[in-house]
Design a protein around this ligand. Structure first.
Ligand code: ZN
Ligand code: ZN
Ligand code: FE
Ligand code: FE
Length: 265
């Protein structure tokens, strides 16, 4: 049986297609038993960037997920958010966390500074002015802070910094190990995110090296397609399951109202 797909988006984020009911239909079609919606969180200021719902749209988001839940009773539908972690925004995340009965919150680092989202194709030029190791260090510093923040259940795409293939020549194992140690200490899961296979890096996030280290450290895992269209739901999950099994994983983490339970893989 396939694990749940816990990372999917809706049109409210302005760069995805397919209403939750359409993603749910696809989930049933590909044989998933559980599907979680984790659209990009709103910010307190709507003008923060242009790839997320406005704060006033949060209730409509929740209603659209509830509709999918009603229309596909054979599917377990989970309500969640992918929340950007930026230092200084913790109170806003706590505020969001209280607004709806979330099943889990995914903490993701896209911003390595207040203005640069390192995965944004429109900001790709920024990479060429930076040193790859410095960016990766800043990225994993924030990821470690996110794991320690007590705000999140899952850390999203834990090596998103590889997306455009700006790899440091140095060995980054110490950065990975420090992050995973924080995840383990704080009981935060990481996700195996298959969207990486559809990007320039052509590799699941995070890399086999990180997944192996995570398994050795005892960090729990979830699975996510990061679908931005119905056809991407559950995509390449057999590859992700194979990666997890190869690292020694026998279970995935299921979340209900922010409580975790282990389910056999
Ligand atoms: Zn997105
Ligand atoms: Zn992300
Ligand atoms: Fe996402
Ligand atoms: Fe994302």
């Amino acid at each position: 049986m396939l694990p749940a797909d816990y990372h999917t988006h809706t049109p409210l984020c302005r760069h995805a297609t397919g209403e939750p009911i359409e993603l749910a239909a696809q989930a049933v079609r590909v044989g998933l038993r559980e599907l979680g919606f984790s659209d990009h969180n709103p910010m307190r200021q709507d003008g923060f960037d242009d790839w997320r719902m406005r704060a006033s749209e949060l209730d409509a988001y929740v209603a659209s997920v509830e509709r999918a839940r009603r229309e596909y009773p054979e599917l377990s539908v989970k309500l969640a958010l992918e929340v950007d972690f930026l230092p200084g925004y913790e109170d806003w995340v706590r505020d969001l966390a209280q607004r709806h009965p979330w099943d889990y919150l995914i903490g993701s680092v896209h911003y390595v500074s207040t203005t640069w989202a390192l995965d944004n194709p429109l900001q790709l030029a920024e990479w060429k002015t930076r040193n790859a190791l410095e960016v990766w260090s800043a990225y994993f510093d924030r990821l470690t802070m996110a794991a320690e923040s007590k705000l999140f259940d899952i850390i999203g795409h834990a090596d998103l910094c590889k997306k455009f293939c700006f790899y440091p020549t140095q060995d980054c194992t110490p950065l990975f190990a420090r992050f995973l140690e924080a995840a383990r200490r704080n009981d935060v899961a990481i996700e195996l995110n298959t969207a990486g296979l559809r990007k320039e890096c052509k590799e699941i996030y995070p890399s086999p090296a990180i997944v192996n280290l995570a398994a050795q450290s005892g960090v729990a895992i979830t699975f996510g397609s990061d679908a931005h269209a119905p056809g991407e739901v559950g995509l390449n999950f057999s590859d992700a399951v194979q990666l997890a099994r190869g690292a020694g994983y026998t279970h995935w983490a299921k979340f209900t109202k922010r409580r975790r339970e282990a389910v056999e893989l």
